[in-house]
Write a new protein. Structure first.
Length: 354
């Protein structure tokens, strides 16, 4: 098969400068201004490559909206506050959150919506979906000061990572280079790491951009009152292992297949994310599983209410969605939820509950 346009660019880049680390490769595959995966397409849903929780059921966003309403109260119901979403996809989560949180007096009048989104294609979908005043940002750097509630669902898993492999008593970095026929291959090059090597074949992942953004979020919460909620798939405690994956049309493929046409993600290391938030000056809470979070926030009661109002085929859809979101062998345990608050704010529900 003919190489993708992005593959041709990457091959030329490697020919010129040598093998590139995985985070550079991922950043190009996902964010190249013309050919990056997110830049020109809508990847969600049955016609796309994957589906996320807000696209599975409106209940997901509604329960997060209720969480936001409680956070707004904990912030003292400010006259004006920023509701910030990182990586908002189609805008579905924001739309469902706003519908649910507006029942809280003062929320609708005080809310200012900010979306941190790099994809022009998705910005268009978000504008169409939300149809109200929105400020977009390329990064957290331009977000205004002031009280804030920050939500990030499946944002951190899309940020580039590096991988190191233990070989013969030393860490080697995995890099993308060229094979004999100019096809992309994964190779290793020596790399000094400040930690003892593991057993041969051990994989260590690091996510410098993810940690930088979490630190930046932490310093934002240290400087102005606010809370954040991060939902993503990943592990509660740091661990070794290769979690980088590529998905195209709902199927796993090699990370080297069709660069720019497959989604690349990795598991979020929530221990590392919590540490980075703390380094920035915020207080992390959790993580708890998505199952614990959604059940505590009233998933079953909300599903029962919607089911009562629905006709038969729709009832089955609701039941399947609940199972998908919270089932122990589905997203329920794989996905984790971490909160962070400015110092001095109370631990948000349900993070302090036994
Ligand atoms: C997997 S999607 C999640 C979308 C949405 N939160 C949901 O749950 O449906 C990742 C989102 O993050 C955005 N994104 C990826 N990398 C980004 C970056 N470095 N800065 C800002 N947004 C980014 C993508 O364009 C997309 O909107």
């Amino acid at each position: 098969m003919k190489p993708t346009p992005l593959e041709q660019i990457i091959v030329a880049m490697i020919r010129e400068d040598g093998p590139i680390p995985l985070d550079r490769y991922m950043a190009l595959c996902l964010g190249h201004p013309v050919h990056g995966y997110y830049m020109s397409r809508d990847p969600f849903g049955p016609e796309g490559d994957f589906i996320t929780a807000p696209e599975i059921s409106q209940i997901f966003g509604e329960l997060i909206g209720i969480w936001c309403a409680a956070a707004f109260q904990a912030l003292g119901a400010p006259d004006e506050f920023h509701l910030i979403e990182l990586g908002p996809g189609r805008g579905t989560l924001m739309s469902d959150m706003l519908r649910a949180s507006r029942v809280m007096p003062g929320f609708r009048d005080g809310v200012r919506i900010h979306l941190v989104e790099t994809s022009p294609a998705l910005r268009k979908l978000q504008a169409a979906r939300l149809g109200q005043t929105i400020t977009w940002h390329d990064s957290l750097a331009t977000l205004p000061d002031g009280p804030s509630i920050v939500i990030a669902n499946e944002f951190f898993d899309a940020l580039p990572i590096r991988q190191f492999e233990s070989r013969n008593g030393q860490w080697m970095e995995r890099r993308i280079g060229l094979g004999a026929d100019d096809r992309l291959v994964i190779g290793l090059s020596a790399q000094h790491l400040d930690r003892p090597p593991g057993t041969d074949g051990d994989i260590l992942e690091s996510a410098p951009l993810r940690d930088d953004i979490a630190r930046e979020l932490g310093s934002r919460l240290a400087a102005s009152p606010g809370v954040a909620l991060v939902i993503d798939y990943g592990h509660a405690a740091s661990a070794l292992g290769d979690t980088l994956q590529a998905v195209r049309r709902h199927k796993f493929c090699s990370i080297l297949d069709r660069p720019g046409e497959a989604d690349l993600t990795s598991h979020v290391d929530f221990e590392s994310l919590g540490n980075a938030l703390r380094q920035g000056g915020a207080l992390p809470h959790g993580p708890i599983t998505q199952r614990q979070f959604l059940l505590s926030m009233g998933l079953e009661a909300r599903a029962a209410l919607l089911t009562q109002k629905a006709k038969l085929p729709e009832r089955n859809v609701i039941g399947r969605a609940v199972e998908r979101l919270a089932g122990e062998n589905q997203m329920g345990n794989l996905f984790k939820v971490l909160a962070a608050t400015s110092p001095g704010l109370p631990t948000p529900y349900p993070f302090g509950s036994p």
